[in-house]
Design a protein around this ligand. Structure first.
Ligand SMILES: Nc1nc2c(ncn2[C@@H]2O[C@H](COP(=O)(O)OP(=O)(O)OP(=O)(O)O)[C@@H](O)[C@H]2O)c(=O)[nH]1
Length: 310
């Protein structure tokens, strides 16, 4: 029997157990020392343990120390405040041997004077929902082909980098990269080869920068690299050089040897703009300048680059 409710008669206890076993949510009852007095079938499944495993033994052998700490702290909160709490937590499932994310409610069961005697817990497994939410966020913020951050996430990262740079009086740089003559590869080798090449290009760019920097796909054959913390403009130049050189090594796709180059425009924070849009626009203008000089080079933004040409 998954309970030790000494305050109930045996017959009542059996009935009570049957009632709570019908519930699809995990239900458990604890005393003021956080000892489990009862749990239902759904709770046994959620924790991968049966009542006999827990009754009279030390629960610390089943749950990781950091989880136990939270379980006990939340129990104490309920007994101290006498009110219901609800929160998300991670619970180790002993039989699945994996962590599950659950939404737990803990409520005191009080005597006539309002003194908490027991704790009634109810918990719903939200692991799959969390994974689905995570997947939706992933899809909404990343480019499907390369797995790189997309424009939405990039804008967020630039905002954060600018905030950080303002606070710490650092520079930051936006590098606008456009592949040279990529259309020729698509047209001559086919879109599939073009797709594979874009994936490999993304890997090369990522390998060329530090982990705290961001490489994003802006769309088509355009990429943005955000250098979030620079001490001087020369550092941006060094990275641009590295990125350019990284592309010059040949790519091998389906037995084909392909060569590629890119044009890079660099805008600096705060020199060339203090906001996301301005920095992107100015790095784009600098990239066009690099392209107009034959590609395979990089240019820093200069104010005349934004002036219309006749
Ligand atoms: N394979 C593939 N091609 C893409 C994708 N997105 C955009 N493109 C192609 O990328 C090419 C970009 O061409 P353009 O912007 O004209 O530039 P370009 O040929 O690189 O020429 P320049 O920029 O002037 O050097 C076009 O052929 C697009 O169809 C994609 O997801 N996969």
């Amino acid at each position: 029997m998954a309970m030790n409710l000494h305050f109930l008669l045996l017959e009542d206890a059996l009935k009570f157990q049957k009632f709570i076993d019908v519930l699809p949510l995990a239900v458990f009852i604890k005393d003021a020392e956080s000892k489990i007095l009862a749990m239902n079938k759904a709770c046994e499944l959620q924790w991968g343990l049966c009542f006999e495993d827990l009754y009279g033994t030390d629960a610390r052998q089943y749950f990781p120390a950091d989880q136990m700490k939270i379980f006990l702290a939340k129990d104490r909160e309920v007994f101290a405040n006498g009110s219901q709490i609800d929160f998300e937590e991670t619970v180790w499932n002993t039989s699945l041997k994996e962590n599950r994310i659950v939404h737990t409610f803990k409520k005191p069961f009080c005597d006539g004077s309002g003194k908490p005697l027991y704790l009634v817990g109810m918990s719903i497994d939200i692991t799959e929902r969390k994974k689905a939410e995570q997947r939706i966020i992933e899809i909404a913020t990343h480019d499907l082909l390369t797995g790189l951050p997309n424009r939405i996430l990039l804008n967020d990262r630039i905002e954060l980098a600018l905030e950080h740079a303002r606070r710490n009086q650092h520079k930051a740089a936006v590098l606008f990269i456009d592949l040279d003559n990529f259309k020729v590869i698509n047209d001559s080798m086919g879109h599939n080869v073009g797709d594979l090449l874009l994936q490999k290009v993304a890997e090369r760019f990522e390998a060329a920068v530090r982990s705290e920097d961001t490489v994003a796909r802006h769309g088509g054959d355009e990429f943005i690299v955000l250098l979030s913390s620079l001490s001087c403009a020369q550092d941006a130049q060094k990275v641009a050089q590295k990125i350019r050189d990284a592309l010059l090594l040949p790519f091998y796709i389906n037995g084909l040897k392909l060569r590629l180059s890119c044009s890079i425009g660099i805008s600096l924070f705060p020199d060339d703009g203090e906001e996301v849009l301005g920095l992107l626009k100015n790095s784009d203008a600098a990239m066009y300048c690099a392209k107009s000089r034959g590609g395979n080079n990089w240019q820093f933004f200069k104010s005349h680059m934004n002036k219309p040409t006749n």
